[in-house]
Design a protein around this ligand. Structure first.
Ligand code: URA
Length: 313
């Protein structure tokens, strides 16, 4: 039941993100939902999650999503599970990073085996707080461009797909502006689990520790080895530092727009889409787009005059 309620909440949140601001619900439906919420609350009395429904109105009334906004818990709260503290905080060390050995065979076969290995990894499962929250990369196994982000967020761990939340929708738009679809590129993360902020009131992730990134890195390397992209796009400071950083922290501003190298693959560092959501200035959009134009040139994608002109002064 709880899973079904979570699915309803996810659907409502998705609709809200897509711009739906009102819903028609019959009093009967609302009443049924109310009954299910009470049942779920009774079944999980210790749960920190409280799901409230708006007051019942007449059959012709519209329930505004804005009303729901304050009352629906965020996905993060709705799916809160008990997770271990990050190793760094609890003094507990993670095991050594895994050694990845894949069978011979087609890209698809190797990728399937790898995904299963990641899904079944007990460390990933424990750190994710639930085996069903471990997240693996998606996209074309023949992609020329491999986008690498930081870690799944609350939406990604529910849908088990990288970049499906608000930042992901912006990434999808950026990929579209490049003349491609999500299915034509590969999208992965350094991390296979969401670094839980530990505080249910905080919606975002906490930054992964170097130890956590080190643990997941062999899985990212194995995905790169299968896909063999022509270019990696490192999205944001964590991915950049995790892939090409050393002891000293690299600033995105300093390296973005300049080619680097990761295991022999050209790597373009750029902003994380969530940075653009928070700093939606023409200048930041233009800078990210210039980085993408360099990527397009590198993989020899056609570039129209219109594309060249996006975000020009
Ligand atoms: N941010 C990331 O870095 N990765 C995701 O999958 C989603 C948001």
């Amino acid at each position: 039941m709880r899973a079904q309620l979570e699915a309803v909440i996810d659907e409502l949140r998705q609709m809200r993100r897509e711009g739906v601001d009102s819903l028609y619900l019959t009093p009967e439906t609302l009443e049924q939902l109310r009954a299910q919420v009470s049942k779920a609350a009774a079944a999980h009395p210790q749960s920190p999650t409280e799901i409230k429904l708006p007051p019942l109105r007449t059959a012709s009334a519209q329930t505004s999503a804005a009303d729901l906004k304050l009352e629906l818990p965020s996905t993060a709260e709705a799916v809160k599970e008990s997770r271990p503290k990050p190793a760094a905080q609890s003094g507990r060390k993670l095991p050594e990073p895994p050694t990845v050995k894949l069978p011979r065979g087609s890209k698809q076969k190797r990728w399937d085996v790898l995904r299963e290995k990641v899904y079944e990894d007990p460390v990933c499962q424990e750190q994710a707080g639930n085996p069903e929250r471990v997240v693996f990369g998606v996209g074309s196994l023949d992609a020329e461009i491999f986008f690498c982000g930081e870690a799944p967020g609350a939406d990604e761990e529910v849908q088990r797909e990288p970049f499906v939340g608000a930042a992901g929708q912006l990434l999808t738009k950026i990929i579209g502006a490049m003349g491609l679809s999500r299915e034509q590129v590969y999208i992965g993360n350094i991390m296979n689990w969401r670094p839980d902020p530990g505080n249910p009131m905080r919606k975002g992730n906490r930054p992964p520790t170097p130890e956590e990134m080190g643990y997941c890195l062999p899985y990212l390397r194995a995905q790169l080895d299968i896909v063999q992209p022509k270019v990696i796009v490192a999205l944001g400071g964590t991915a950049i530092n995790g892939l090409i950083g050393g002891e000293k922290k690299i600033s995105v501003m300093r390296v973005r727009g300049h080619w680097h190298d990761f295991d022999g693959v050209p790597l373009m560092p750029t902003f994380h889409p969530s940075y653009l959501l928070r700093n939606s200035t023409k200048e930041s959009k233009r800078q990210l787009w210039e980085d993408m134009l360099q990527v397009m040139e590198r993989v020899e994608l056609p570039i129209s005059e219109k594309q060249r002109g996006y975000f020009q002064k």
